[in-house]
Design a protein around this ligand. Structure first.
Ligand SMILES: Nc1ncnc2c1ncn2[C@@H]1O[C@H](COP(=O)(O)OP(=O)(O)OP(=O)(O)O)[C@@H](O)[C@H]1O
Length: 254
């Protein structure tokens, strides 16, 4: 079996009295895209924050590429983060930089490259996400889908081995949603990255994910392939993906 690149074992996280993660177990294999779905407020984004060292677990163990990262210093995290690209829900581009400079930013931070090398690399990344024509535009001039494409190019600029997506299709129309989902799949194949895709969008799960985990009340309650989820009779899974009132599920999701 392929090795786990991301491993969470019994991970707990509390904000004061509020226990958000209550023993999360999740293994993501090398080169795999794992979708994490579940009702709002159940801890999906919190898992991503733990995986980039923005939040420290209050219990359990988190490993990235075999290294225990549960309690690292900021300096140690800075090393780990060099291998992790993050695509945020709200794209988080710098408004004062044009598209090309937004993508170049990460390159300038991580590598000592000649300007010509930066230009070539930026062009290649923008070409990959279909945004080369928009290189000189500013974020304010871009649609939501375009911003997410640029955000992905920027996340890939320093050659991450892991990419974390936090609701990358939120707020887009169905066509743009599908385009971003395809781009996530293309990124996985071309760059051989291991990914976690936090989403509410089942079409994106079917298009881009190899496996999917359902979180509820701070715990992973089911893991399977998108196909298995699609045809599952598990009331928790069906209740979530169809939105139907299914006995046992509605109560559980309350
Ligand atoms: N810094 C914080 N301080 C206190 N509570 C927090 C903090 N960050 C998140 N929470 C709480 O933790 C819970 C989980 O939040 P999280 O953002 O992980 O949920 P989510 O599953 O990603 O939700 P959504 O699907 O709506 O984005 C929520 O109830 C939220 O209010």
């Amino acid at each position: 079996m392929a090795e786990s690149v991301i491993s969470l074992q019994g991970v707990e996280l509390a904000f004061g009295e509020k226990k958000v993660l209550q023993g999360v177990d999740l293994e993501v294999k090398k080169g795999e895209t794992m979708a994490v779905i579940g009702p709002s407020g159940t801890g999906k984004s919190t898992i991503l924050k733990v995986l980039i060292g923005l939040l420290e677990p209050t219990g359990g163990k988190v490993c990235i590429e075999g290294q225990d990262v549960s309690h690292l210093t900021e300096e140690e995290w800075n090393e780990i983060r060099k291998h992790i690209g993050m695509v945020f829900q709200y794209s988080a581009l710098f408004d004062f930089l044009d598209v090309g400079e937004n993508v170049a930013f990460g390159l300038r931070q991580h590598f000592r490259l000649q300007e010509e090398e930066i230009r070539q690399k930026v062009d290649e990344l923008l070409q990959d996400v279909g945004m080369l024509d928009a290189k000189g535009m500013y974020p304010v001039e871009l649609s939501g889908g375009m911003k997410k494409r640029v955000s992905l190019a920027r996340a890939l600029a320093f050659g991450p081995r892991i990419v974390l997506y936090d609701e990358p299709t939120a707020g887009l129309d169905p066509i743009r949603m599908m385009n971003i989902s395809r781009l996530i799949r293309k990124t996985q194949r071309k760059h051989k990255v291991t990914s976690i895709l936090v989403t509410h969008d089942m079409d994106s799960v079917y298009e881009a994910a190899d496996r999917v985990a359902l979180i509820n009340n701070g715990k992973i309650v089911a893991v399977g392939t998108p196909e298995e989820f699609k045809y599952s009779e598990n009331p928790l899974i069906r209740g979530f993906i169809t939105g139907e009132e299914i006995a046992g599920a509605t109560e559980a999701f309350r």
